[in-house]
Design a protein around this ligand. Structure first.
Ligand code: AMP
Length: 285
């Protein structure tokens, strides 16, 4: 597996593959890899001949009070895992390589970046969209895979690709969970032991919401209340529980009458970790 740190070299590697008739798929990550990330590599292989995984903790998507400095970083470990999962190339640029002196232009994603996680993380999705577009321009992949765990990120990237006519196919991969249902996340390592045990309630609340919906409950308010009541407690508080259209992220008003994304974010009260999860429900299922 190739490890590349410079943009010039990354471009050369990608163009050589293309000249050889190979399609390239990109998996953008911030490293601290887990099985969720590795599932994206498996998915990319369904669509492309070669896989590039970027490992870059993107400073522009972190707010001033967020965990940029303490975000877990271990490139050696990440490369080992990526290689064992069949990755062809890890692209791991430095912050200076991606944002050199004088850098100033960025993508502004508009209202889709202001709801859900964007409400508590102003500018976050502009940072995400900017770095992803930069990665697309550096790697020129035919396809890129994103995890359904970050449902708003998927919706934002799909908007960017549609609105800016970016020739990349956006593929979504299902959420990979721990045995007790907790969505895998690089941030789970922050959790204290009691928080970790309690965190299983997040997915439990979503599975329950789905079961309620499938049992005939369509009231937005009642489903949201049930989700919040399962999550909230001495160790964890919801930041939001929302039921929205999966593409536009516009909230359902009173009843769920189509495919809906039930999305939650919560904060743990000991380690102050922010966790997100979601589930999609559909009237047809
Ligand atoms: P991150 O490194 O957290 O920015 O995530 C990189 C990519 O991995 C994003 O597309 C995430 O949605 C995806 N991802 C993270 N956790 C999971 C998970 N538990 N299951 C599936 N995809 C995930």
């Amino acid at each position: 597996m190739k490890i590349i740190k410079s943009i010039v070299e990354m471009r050369e590697y990608a163009s050589a593959l293309k000249a050889d008739g190979k399609s390239v798929g990109l998996v953008p990550t911030m490293g601290a890899l887990h099985a969720g990330h590795l599932s994206l590599l498996a998915r990319v292989r369904d669509f492309c001949d070669k896989s590039v995984m970027s490992v870059f903790v993107n400073p522009t998507q972190f707010g001033p009070a967020e965990d940029f400095a303490k975000y877990p970083r271990d490139l050696g470990r990440d490369c080992g895992l990526a290689e064992s999962a069949g990755c062809d190339c890890v692209f791991a640029p430095s912050a200076e390589e991606m944002y050199p002196e004088g850098y100033g232009v960025g993508v502004s994603v508009g209202p889709i970046g202001d709801t859900l996680c964007g409400a508590a993380r102003p500018g976050h999705f502009n940072g995400v969209a900017t770095v992803v577009l930069k990665l697309f321009n550096i790697v020129s992949p035919q396809a890129a895979v994103f995890g359904a765990k970050d449902a708003q990120q998927v919706a934002v990237i799909k908007r960017v690709v549609a609105d800016l006519n970016v020739p990349v196919r956006v593929i979504t991969a299902p959420i990979v969970r721990e045995a007790d249902g907790l969505a895998m996340s690089s941030r789970n390592v922050y959790l204290t032991r009691p928080e970790r045990e309690r965190a299983a309630n997040i997915s439990k609340s979503l599975f329950e919401a789905k079961a309620l919906f499938e049992g005939g409950e369509q009231s937005v308010e009642r489903i949201k209340e049930r989700v919040a009541s399962i999550i909230n407690g001495a160790l964890m508080k919801t930041e939001y529980v929302e039921i929205v259209d999966p593409a536009s992220l516009r909230p359902f008003d009173k009843v769920i009458d189509g495919a809906a994304l039930i999305a939650v974010a919560c904060r743990t009260l000991e380690s102050k970790t922010r966790l997100i999860d979601n589930i999609v429900v559909d009237c047809l299922h």
